[in-house]
Design a binder for this molecule. Sequence first.
Ligand code: AMP
Ligand code: MG
Length: 526
Amino acid sequence: MRFDNRFVTELPGEPIARPGRRQVMGALWSAVDPTPVSAPRLIAGSAEVAALLEIDLATLASPEMVATLAGNCLLPGMRPWAANYGGHQFGNWAGQLGDGRAISLGEVARRDGSRLELQLKGAGPTPYSRTADGRAVLRSSIREFLCSEAMHHLGVPTTRALSLVGTGDAVVRDMFYDGNPRAEPGAIVCRVAPSFVRFGNFELPAARGDGALLAQLVDFTIARDFAHCDWNVAVEPDDAAALEVRRAAWFAEVCERTARLVAAWMRVGFVHGVMNTDNMSILGLTIDYGPYGWIDDFDLDWTPNTTDSRERRYRFGQQGAIAQWNLRCLAGAIASLFASTDPLHEGLAHFEAEWNRAEQSNAALKLGLAIEDSTALELMNALHPTLQSGEVDMTIFFRELSGLDPAAPSAALFEAAFHDEQIAARTQPALDSWLADYATALRREARPGAERRASMNRANPRFVLRNYLAQQAIDRVEAGDDRAVAELLDVLRHPYDEQAGREAFAARRPDWARNRAGCSMLSCSS
Ligand code: AMP
Ligand code: MG
């Protein structure tokens, strides 16, 4: 692996590691070393991510590599740092946040010119750790590791996960902030992405009135992370008008990517849970897997995050609106770089247009109808109240839908998607009526059945990381059986295939998981 570490070689930072939490002014990063742990063990690795780095699983499992992934040693060329950023949390400006427990090890420059940053989450304190310990617990690390890779295999843009390492050290957490702290096993995930820059990296220098630092970060990001975009043409550094045009095109691109990202979440039933602006990737990747959850019973109002249970700001059905709110924060942050706000309003209009397009295409792909007309979206909107009142399992319902016979539509197909016979019986008339309308649309389009089914099955996964499946893996690892993670990951590698013999992983949530911590309720404590 060859490291070029452009973030720290090209941008201003605090180059000498120095202990202590502090406000860091005029700098976008601070040098910091990971804090060693007692007994690192590799719990799981991703062969696909290792391959991106041109290493095999045997190398990943070698003592030297495991020590590196635990933060106990560095490879030649690594130059660890924590990034300085701020953010809006739950709607309010929170000031400096920064990487409080994530430490980037370096940027791998790949042979094809692309780059991948390696970042340890839970590697010990940094200048940005505020009152916390810089560590992560095993349960949340398992969830981050699995979900990063599951999302990738689902085709949803995401940061990746190379490894999950147990530290051998205990971490104390009060899971529900109710005065019951307990010691839990600690772990570290090595995350991998072209960049971990968030909206909040731009918001912090803007909030501090440091326009020069802000401009530097914007132009660096455009040059490093958006190099291959067709709008990204060479500009003379003193050509203010051309610079502004390029920055405007960049913002529009960020808006479009964010729209596509959140629309992808809606397609597969993913609820991020903490869409604070410090958790919004500038590349449009899913980032920071915390109290996220997967929709079991279809419910636009559901949030997995107990910390958000009253306001439900980050509920499933509001994710698009929140993404837009976050983009307005980003627009506000970079506004000082523009002569007028018009380009920013134009950028935000790109969100709207892309969102509408993606919503229509989600509906069409999930229902197996033509993308061009609005029938699919109308049918989808008409279906939602029935799915919601019927407490219908979202994943099972859409997966089974491809098996519908347009000549003889029957609700019997969806038996496995209901958890309660009475509710199923009560829902049947509305479902029958919707199925009749849907079958009419299918007959009108007369698309060959096999082709339609194959296409629908590429949009509607059979396997997602159901909340209870993640919890079962956590329980097994905490009981000493590390294989649970690799086994579940193997199922999630092929979410759109039927995978004979693995039907149990596609089963709806069992009753025991309905109100169990970790299965339906999660907190930010991780
Ligand atoms: P999150 O809600 O996980 O995105 O975290 C918000 C902020 O809190 C970020 O600046 C994190 O780095 C910081 N943070 C969260 N957990 C810890 C921890 N255990 N130690 C230090 N900082 C943390
Ligand atoms: Mg975060």
